[in-house]
Design a protein around this ligand. Structure first.
Ligand code: SF4
Ligand code: SF4
Length: 202
C-alpha cells in the first residue's frame, strides 16, 4: 500500500517493486481469508502500545499472532512482518529467507535482493535488543503457508545462490496446492508459478 501504517522502527518497508504491482495483486498480502496471519516479534506489541500506535485494525490471538481487518493508515501499527513481506527470515543467522509464493505476490526474486539486506539488518538489530527473537521467529515460521525458499542467501557479506541442500533445509512442510489461484488478484495472468514470475531473469 502507498498510504500505510508505521512500524515500531518508524519505517514502512514500502518498495517500488510492490507499488507498481498493486493493481495486479489486489493487495493479496493484506487479505486474510486463507488462514494466513501476521507474526508479531517478541516485544513488538508492547512497544507499539508504548508508542501509541493504533491497533484497532488488527485482532490478536496472542502477542505473536494477529490478523488485519482493514487497511492500516498513518498512525496505525504496521507490524514488522508486513514491512518485510514478501520475505521472512528462515534461519538463526538470518542469512536465508522464505519468499511468498509468486502466485500470491508477483514481485520477482531479483527485485527483492535489497529487501533481503534490509530484513537481515533489522532482524539482527531486533535480536540484539530482544535475545531469543530469531529462535522464536524461525520456529513459528515453520507453520507458514504460502511461502517458498528464497533462492538467494547472504554468505561472507555477499549475495550468493542457495544450494539444493539449502533450499531443502528451509522448505516448509505445507505448500499451496499445485492448482492454486489467488482470488484477490485483479488480473488473471499466465507465467506465474510458486517460484517464478514472467519478470524473472531468464
Ligand atoms: S502481494 Fe506483493 S506486490 Fe502485492 S501488495 Fe503485497 S507485497 Fe506488494
Ligand atoms: S497491517 Fe494490515 S493493511 Fe497494514 S500492511 Fe499489514 S496486513 Fe496490510
Amino acid at each position: 500500500m502507498i498510504n500505510t501504517g508505521n512500524t515500531v522502527l518508524q519505517g514502512d518497508g514500502v518498495l517500488s517493486s510492490c507499488t507498481k504491482r498493486q493493481g495486479h495483486c489486489g493487495y493479496a498480502c493484506c487479505k486474510f481469508s486463507e488462514g494466513n496471519w501476521i507474526m508479531l516479534l517478541p516485544g513488538e506489541y508492547e512497544l507499539a502500545a508504548k508508542q501509541n500506535l493504533k491497533l484497532d485494525h488488527l485482532s490478536f490471538e496472542n502477542n505473536s499472532h494477529a490478523v488485519c481487518h482493514v487497511p492500516c493508515q498513518k498512525g496505525d501499527l504496521k507490524p514488522i512482518d508486513c514491512s518485510w513481506y514478501p520475505l521472512f527470515p528462515a534461519n538463526l543467522e538470518a542469512t536465508k529467507f522464505l519468499v511468498a509464493d509468486h502466485r500470491k505476490c508477483p514481485i520477482p526474486n531479483h527485485e527483492l535482493i535489497d529487501k533481503m539486506w534490509s530484513v537481515y539488518t533489522s532482524v539482527l538489530a531486533w535480536e540484539q535488543k530482544h535475545q531469543g527473537s530469531l529462535e522464536q521467529i524461525v520456529g513459528l515460521s515453520r507453520d507458514f503457508v504460502g511461502y517458498m525458499p528464497f533462492p538467494y542467501k547472504i554468505e561472507n557479506g555477499l549475495v550468493v545462490d542457495m544450494t539444493m541442500q539449502d533450499l531443502e533445509d528451509i522448505g516448509l512442510p505445507i505448500e499451496l496446492p499445485k492448482d492454486y489461484v489467488c482470488k484477490e488478484w485483479t488480473v488473471i495472468s499466465l507465467g506465474y508459478s510458486a517460484t517464478i514470475t514472467p519478470d524473472d531473469e531468464k
